[in-house]
Design a binder for this molecule. Structure first.
Ligand code: AMP
Length: 132
């Protein structure tokens, strides 16, 4: 059975898209720790990060860097944190989280957002995605 993230890639389930290439997709986390919390995924469905082939792993990290730089420009924060967990969704994803306090990194305090908030945030980040 396809993962929920493969269903997002195929368009079966909607998302607030931030960036996309042939091999990777970035979209807002539906239950964000902080405004701008974004997930970067490979389109190839693999459960665990370190099972990715080297090319996809390196590509995912480079893609995540591009997205993190855009988030930092769009969302006021001290820094962007990067976390990989994967206990809920068995499809590799890099969490990029705008951090102001340690709590923002802890997956305990969640940010309430409307669909309009999500769309505005995704658009604001997408504007800063560098194509070079
Ligand atoms: P984990 O697998 O523990 O790294 O967590 C999975 C993350 O995916 C959580 O932060 C969820 O809020 C997020 N998530 C689950 N379903 C969706 C979805 N349909 N759209 C966006 N984010 C999702």
């Amino acid at each position: 059975m396809s993962s929920i993230f493969s269903k997002i890639i195929s368009g079966e389930i909607p998302c607030h898209k931030v960036a996309e290439t042939d091999d990777f997709l970035a979209f807002l986390d539906i239950n964000p720790n902080a405004k701008g919390h974004t997930l970067c995924i490979p389109k190839k469905e693999v459960d665990q990060l370190f099972d990715l082939d080297k090319t996809t792993y390196n590509g995912l990290m480079a893609f995540s860097r591009t997205v993190a730089i855009a988030i930092k420009k769009a969302i006021p924060c001290k820094r962007i944190g990067l976390t990989v967990i994967g206990l809920e969704v068995p499809h590799v994803h890099v969490h990029l989280i705008p951090l102001n306090t340690m709590e923002d990194a802890q997956f305990i305090k969640k940010e309430k957002s409307t669909s309009e908030d999500f769309q505005a945030t995704a658009t604001a980040i997408a504007r800063f995605i560098s194509t070079s």
